[in-house]
Design a protein around this ligand. Structure first.
Ligand SMILES: O=P(O)(O)OC[C@H]1O[C@](O)(CO)[C@@H](O)[C@@H]1O
Length: 425
């Protein structure tokens, strides 16, 4: 199964809003752009879904890591960590908990102190990932970890590190060469935020004992479904939908709200993908992330009663009869007959339905992605679906999805401030 979504319901919602005709025009454009993009744009992130040349080396390294170490730390930020975090978040659900994974992706002095206090130096492995090999967060963390091993009287660092970075003159690459550690090439034709299905996301997946090929199969099937019938695909439909709402209704914010804790990290991966790819030239829609049902109790008030400037995507996993049962007797004694003998899955599934309907009743557009279960295949399909939706939306907006020119200024200033700090001491 690829991703199911409420197509007919959305068409009805658009018709009610008087947007159907405009939407159909955008849908046609989105469909032909999607096919052209897949067939002719030579996109590495599309290509990698169908590759297997890198599977054996990843599996081999992953098995070595899993069999030798108790803890794995991913050093990387943005596209070099968020995808891995999202991809591996299903490990406990898939019963793959052999290794404890730590991803201190946002450089934080307090978190790093705690992590270094807790980690067992003897059995910790480091995956240092950076496309550019020059990112300050990742480099500073790498230096800290090297020192930490030495402080713990561990000097044979070679096998304790694995690196993923681009070939060529890169600081991280030089560190890897100096240590003599295994280094995998970051695909040169894939940008960081689109790299989750490459070794950037799939090596961590292999280290956790999950199966990279299943993620890629899910992704490949999404690509195939577009080539078969582009207008029916979730990504094409979604790109046309948001573009219509943005241009015709001033919708400037797009909320992603899965109803599963294991998809919380996916929302952060998507947030970068969407914001960094599409926020350009004064255009863009702001990604907002929420997780249900908890954020019904934190953000829903704003969604229902605040400005009508948002569209909503729910990801649901219908889970009737799943999870612990709420004892009928205890519930009835407490006067909670409505939940007596229900499962937690019953409650959550219906909470999502209720929230979606409440938003629709307010006149908002609500899209629902349904997946039948949390597994590698479905997560791979979601990754590809969102990367395609992002690429297609960029096509409709007429912008380049693959650069991020505005963020450089802050990096230059940070370096300048650090140099000035040293000058003061
Ligand atoms: O993988 P790298 O080169 O370390 O970059 C990390 C992240 O930093 C950015 O370049 C933004 O600063 C992102 O695009 C990227 O995912």
């Amino acid at each position: 199964m690829t991703i199911e979504f409420n197509r007919d319901d959305l068409l009805k919602q658009l018709e009610k809003d008087g947007l159907l005709e405009t939407f159909q025009g955008h849908l046609e454009k989105a469909a032909s752009y999607a096919v052209e993009m897949i067939k002719t744009h030579k996109l590495g992130w599309v290509r990698i879904a169908g590759e297997d040349y890198d599977i054996d080396p990843m599996d081999e390294r992953g098995t070595y890591i899993r069999d030798t170490y108790t803890d794995v730390v991913i050093l990387g930020t943005g596209g070099s960590s968020l995808g891995a975090k999202a991809a591996t978040a299903i490990a406990p659900i898939m019963d793959k908990e052999g290794v404890a994974l730590h991803v201190p992706d946002s450089l934080c002095p307090f978190e790093m102190d705690v992590l270094l206090r807790k980690l067992p130096a003897e059995t910790t492995h480091i995956l240092a990932i950076s496309k550019s090999g020059t990112t300050a967060e990742t480099l500073s963390q790498t230096i800290v970890m090297m020192n930490w091993f030495e402080e713990n009287a561990i000097t044979d660092l070679k096998d304790r590190f694995t690196f993923v970075t681009e070939p060529g003159e890169r600081v991280l690459r030089k560190v890897a060469e100096k240590l003599g550690s295994v280094t995998m090439d970051h695909e040169t034709d894939i940008g960081g935020r689109f790299s989750v299905l490459s070794n950037v996301g799939m090596l961590p997946v292999a280290a956790m004992g999950l199966n990279p090929q299943c993620y890629r199969k899910g992704a490949k099937d999404v690509i195939a479904s577009i080539l078969e019938d582009a207008q029916s695909s979730a990504s094409v439909f979604g790109a046309a939908l948001l573009h219509t709402l943005n241009t015709e209704r001033g919708i400037t914010q797009t909320v992603l709200m899965p109803y599963a804790e294991s998809l919380r990290d996916l929302t952060r991966w998507w947030g970068q993908l969407w914001a960094e790819s599409l926020g350009k030239e004064g255009q863009g829609t702001t990604p907002l992330v929420a997780v249900g049902p908890v954020d019904q109790h934190s953000q829903l008030q704003l969604y229902l009663d605040g400005p009508r400037d948002k569209m909503y995507t729910f990801i649901t996993i219908p889970s009737f009869k799943q999870g612990p049962v709420i004892s009928g007797q205890a519930a009835k004694e407490m006067g909670l007959d409505y939940m007596a003998d229900c499962t937690i899955g019953d409650v959550v599934t219906l909470q999502s339905k209720a929230t979606q309907n409440t938003l629709k009743n307010k006149g908002d557009i609500v899209r629902e992605f349904k997946i039948d279960r949390l597994n590698e295949y479905n997560i791979g399909a979601i990754f590809m679906s969102y990367m395609l939706e992002t690429g297609i939306t960029a096509g409709l907006m007429g912008i380049d999805a693959y650069d991020q020119p505005a963020v450089e200024e802050g990096k230059i200033l940070t370096r300048q401030y650090l140099n000035e700090l040293k000058g003061q001491s």
